[in-house]
Design a protein around this ligand. Structure first.
Ligand code: SAM
Length: 457
């Protein structure tokens, strides 16, 4: 039998954390160079779909995840420092070497990894990933990074870690001081918020050791694996950011007969909002065009013992048999309000087609209003920070269809979150809200845009 402790890291990739580095390298490459989402990339690495790695221990996976998240959250700072030491813009295979440098620098600068450990593991990864020709460069640059590590203290972290396009969009929309607050919020991992199925949220606060938020959600810090928490298997609650729970609250607030009637949930998967509506007593039809995401919705409903009619269809053409009593449209969007949870998003190669997405959002909103009874409420929501996916969509759709009548959300409906009230009764939450350093509300929330309408005649 081989004694693995006697092997060198080259022989045994698990030794000295090399397996975790290999995985982190592959995931970063998939995200930054191949345009995969973080979850797709981890999934591919977990299953060995990269063709390079097989399954790993939980410890390696957790370590790899921590390294990847750190590199993505701090990418602007890391690159600013690396740029001082790189004479040429990397291209071709040099892009993979850059990924390796980013991984090494992230550990040295932000994870307190001893430089020699970050350096030697980077060289081992270079060997395994056919980058041996770059070992001299990687070694030399990581040494310089270690020598200059103190300089990160004086870097403008909030600005540098937001790519220019996102900084500009946020600064234009909210002003530079708020854009800076958003940049700060994006550096920290989001807490875990839960929506409790029944009306005993306080009891779950006790059981789980969390805090009750003013919005009614339960907030946990350092929760670990959700599937291992009390109440998960029994379906007592589901994971839903405090801000993501607001659109349904505001829809229910406008329903003629709260708790009864047929409500549509368009773009419903994986079903957080469907669960809220079903738990509140409505007959729900949930529509989404993604079969895998609808599978997750069904699994979630089953765990929660909640019911909804689930329809796989293009929401642009779907029609109910009879007009609905209310409708929620949680439109597909850039998800820029969720960067705390998805730090890959601003940097992912390729990004998304902004014009196509905003055109789809407008078309979905114009279609949605035709699906509800005259006078019935309709809520449009996106988890985006960009006005082009919020205020501008609403304005353009209203200009086209006079039956789309804004139903302003009153300040009295948002007493628990007054900072979210916007001019004209629109609602906007920002990750920079609830950024206190201590206390029950610390930890921010997702950025959401919400507009409520009634169908006019
Ligand atoms: C923001 S997510 C929805 C999140 C969900 N409402 C929740 O709370 O769990 C947007 C969803 O829109 C779906 N989608 C995108 N384009 C669609 C279309 N044309 N028709 C139906 N669903 C669509 C996506 O599959 C995705 O599940």
């Amino acid at each position: 039998m081989i004694d693995k402790t006697q092997q060198t890291p080259e022989q045994n990739p698990r030794a000295d954390g090399i397996a975790a580095r290999l995985r982190a390298f592959d995931v970063l490459d998939l995200v930054l160079e191949q345009g995969k989402t973080l979850e797709e990339a981890f999934d591919a690495a977990q299953r060995g779909k990269t063709g390079k790695q097989g399954p790993h221990s939980d410890r390696d996976s957790a370590h790899a995840r921590m390294m990847v998240l750190t590199v993505l959250r701090r990418l602007g700072q890391i690159d600013a420092l690396l740029n001082r030491f790189l004479t040429r813009k990397p291209s071709g295979k040099g892009r993979a070497a850059l990924t390796l440098l980013r991984l090494g620098a992230g550990q040295i600068l932000f994870m307190e990894t001893p430089p020699h450990a970050a350096g030697s593991t980077a060289l081992a990864v270079a060997d395994k990933r056919n980058l041996a020709g770059f070992k001299g460069l990687v070694n030399a640059v990581l040494r310089k990074v270690a020598a200059a590590a103190q300089s990160v203290q004086t870097q403008d972290a909030a600005r540098l870690n937001m790519p220019d396009w996102l900084w500009k969009a946020c600064a234009d929309a909210y002003g530079k001081p708020v854009a800076r607050e958003l940049g700060v919020a994006h550096l920290v991992e989001a807490p875990l918020d839960l929506t409790v199925k029944g009306d005993d949220a306080s009891a779950w606060v006790e059981k789980l050791g969390g805090a009750l938020l003013p919005t009614g959600s339960v907030r946990l810090w350092n929760a670990g694996d959700v599937r291992k928490l009390p109440g998960y298997r029994d379906g007592a609650w589901w994971v839903q950011d405090a801000a993501a729970a607001l659109p349904v609250k505001l829809l229910i607030g406008a329903m003629d007969n709260p708790g009864s009637g047929h409500v549509g949930d368009l773009c419903a998967a994986p079903g957080g909002k469907t669960a809220q509506l079903a738990a509140a007593g409505y007959t729900v039809t949930s529509v989404d065009n993604s079969a895998p995401r609808l599978d997750r919705l069904r699994e979630n409903l089953e765990r929660l013992s909640l019911k909804a009619k689930v329809v796989q269809a293009d929401a642009l053409s779907w029609k109910p048999d009879e007009l609905l009593d209310g409708l929620l449209l949680d439109a597909p969007c850039s998800a820029t309000g969720t960067v705390r949870r998805h730090p890959d998003l601003p940097w992912r190669k390729g990004g998304w087609d902004r014009d196509k997405l905003t055109a789809l959002q407008k078309s979905l909103l114009l279609h949605s209003v035709q699906l509800v009874k005259p006078g019935a409420p309709l809520v449009y929501a996106t988890c985006s920070l960009l006005p082009e996916e919020g205020e501008e969509v609403v304005e353009a759709a209203m200009a086209e269809d006079p039956t789309l009548v804004l139903d302003p959300v009153g300040a009295d409906e948002l007493t628990y979150l007054p900072e979210a009230s916007r001019e004209g009764g629109l609602v906007r939450t920002l990750p920079s809200f609830w950024q206190q350093r201590s206390g029950n509300r610390r930890g921010g929330m997702d950025g959401f845009f919400i507009a409520r309408f009634r169908r006019g005649v």
